[in-house]
Design a binder for this molecule. Structure first.
Ligand code: ADE
Length: 271
């Protein structure tokens, strides 16, 4: 997968040379290039922002600089009116006012050949930039990584990139480790808790069943723990489950936790 990132702080992305992301680059699985937006400016101050039209605090990133940069990186030979080049990357802008980036998005984007991320700073970027490229036929996405505001899109891009690239075939040493994770698949649940040896540490024992060697019992224990933790921490995920996909034991566990499971989706009885 080819990944281009545009930022006024391209140095942020030097961390991509570390750990599994660095290994994936060394293996040729990933090719990450961070570009400095200021390279597309023409004034002596290399300015990339201006005051908001209509007033207000802060500065907004200018469309002209972004469009010169994006035309080049998207492969548009003529700036205006030309159709999106075939094989153009998916263009992704982190934005705290956009829909939430989820595991589903990460999974979908892990199959892309080429992603282009544009990092906003200050009060964000001129809203016409994503609109314009969408109108040119580019697949443009805007995502928030959570309900909080960061100083810029760089950290959000790092988060999205890690979530996306680890799902690429060949990225993980052991591909099984991504199969059972939280937020994976249709019936997404938070993951059960994990333990390692010793069996007793500082007087605290791991649950007996995990030492029993009975795989059926271990699976059921973990599934029940996942259901209980999800019901407590993320009841919205339980409410989104398809009751038809729950087995008898799942239903019994959920009922004991105060959920009704006879409709299409579980419903908390206290509600
Ligand atoms: N830029 C600033 N805050 C952000 C957030 N929460 N998600 C994505 N991009 C952002």
């Amino acid at each position: 997968m080819k990944i281009d990132i545009v930022s006024v702080f391209p140095e942020y992305f030097e961390v991509m040379n570390l750990s599994l992301m660095g290994k994936a680059q060394a293996k040729g699985l990933l090719e990450i290039k961070a570009h400095n937006l200021r390279d597309w400016t023409h004034d002596v101050h290399h300015s990339v922002d201006d005051t908001p039209v209509g007033g207000g605090a802060g500065m907004v990133m200018k469309p002209e600089v972004w469009s010169e940069c994006l035309d080049e990186l998207l492969g548009f030979s003529q700036p205006s009116g030309s159709p999106a080049p075939s094989g153009a990357p998916v263009l992704i802008f982190p934005n705290p006012s956009a829909p939430l980036f989820t595991q589903r998005d990460a999974t979908e984007l892990s199959h892309a050949d080429h992603l282009l991320f544009g990092c906003g700073r200050y009060e964000g970027y001129d809203a016409r930039i994503p609109d314009y490229y969408r109108a040119q036929g580019v697949d443009v996405r805007e995502y928030s990584i959570g309900d909080y505001v960061l100083n810029g899109g760089e950290v959000a891009v790092s988060v999205m990139l890690e979530a996306i690239t680890r799902l690429m075939p060949g990225f993980m040493g052991n591909p099984d480790s991504i199969v059972e994770e939280s937020y994976t698949g249709e019936g997404a649940l938070l993951e059960h808790r994990q333990y390692t040896k010793p069996a007793v540490w500082r007087g605290i024992a791991v649950p007996d069943v995990l030492l029993s060697g009975d795989h059926g019992k271990v699976d059921r224990f973990r599934r029940d723990e996942a259901l209980a933790r999800t019901a407590e921490i993320r009841p919205d995920l339980i409410a989104a489950l398809d009751c038809k996909a729950l087995d008898k034991a799942d239903r019994k566990t959920l009922m004991a936790l105060g959920w009704e499971v006879s409709a299409t989706h579980p419903r908390r009885l206290a509600d």
